[in-house]
Design a binder for this molecule. Structure first.
Ligand code: GLN
Length: 254
């Protein structure tokens, strides 16, 4: 190849590259927002670290299936429950998916998706514990996770039954406190406690589930409205296609 031809070829490549950036990139990239979505650390089977150290769970699979269905991009941040909520309130995260109960109080500041899972609060005690009722908690200490419905429930009956509450940032430390005997019980969502028992944690549930609220995907009120709309549309699609049931069956054996 002559030197001139070489230069000509190189110049053409350069022109093509410029052309490609001009029509291919720019605008599309600006349109494609990557949503930052926060979740909890340990809230099995909704989000938890598996034996391989990977974050898995119903919430994460549902979110992925919905994002695939609706064609949106997101980055998942494993923040912890109260940190996910405060982070979203501070504008660090666009949304939270963390087995979050749709409560009236939260509805004042968050917009929720349609409910995607029914739940309620339960009390777990060590498998060999004598505690069988709330009356048995008199003068004792129980554990709860900061900012959760389980914690609010415990607070709502603490005075009546005369117990104190030890608050934890995450569920694993809360469970450890009960297993170590520092707290005699913990208050947490019933299906989550049931799942921990099914995977070998030496707890039992002496009482039936308290009435509770369903889980929803949350954004700040009036913000990321299109994201909640996509979540709802995608949720409907994955329910219709059988994908939603498939995800649930992966984690919860009927
Ligand atoms: N469902 C409970 C709540 O919303 C707990 C959620 C969680 O701990 N991830 O308060």
């Amino acid at each position: 190849m002559s030197l001139l031809k070489k230069f000509a070829a190189m110049a053409m490549v350069a022109v093509m590259a410029v052309g490609m950036t001009a029509c291919g990139g720019g605008d599309d990239a600006a349109d494609t927002k990557t949503y930052v979505i926060a979740t909890d650390t340990t809230f099995a089977p909704f989000e938890f670290e598996n034996d391989k150290g990977e974050m898995v769970g119903i919430d994460l699979d549902i979110l992925k299936a919905i994002a695939d269905d609706q064609g949106f991009e997101y980055e998942l941040v494993v923040a912890g429950f109260s940190a996910a909520c405060t982070g979203m309130e501070a504008g660090e995260y666009d949304a939270v998916i963390a087995g979050m109960s749709i409560t009236d109080e939260r509805k004042e500041k968050y917009d929720f998706s349609e409910p995607y899972y029914d739940s309620g609060v339960g009390m777990a005690v060590n498998a060999d514990s004598d505690i069988a009722s709330y009356e048995d908690l008199k003068d004792k200490t129980v554990a709860a996770k900061i900012g959760t419905e389980g914690c609010s429930f415990a607070e709502s009956i603490a005075e009546q039954y005369g117990f104190t509450i030890n608050q934890f940032e995450d569920s694993s430390s809360m469970y450890q406190d009960v297993l170590a005997g520092n707290s005699v019980a913990c208050f947490e969502d019933y299906p989550v406690l049931g799942y921990e028992i099914s995977r070998g944690v030496a707890f039992k549930l002496p009482l039936p589930m308290e009435n509770g609220n369903s889980y929803g995907f949350a954004v700040m009120k009036g913000q990321n409205t299109e994201l909640v709309e996509m979540f709802n549309a995608g949720l409907k699609n994955i329910k219709d296609s059988g994908k939603y049931d498939e995800i649930l069956n992966t984690y919860i054996s009927k």
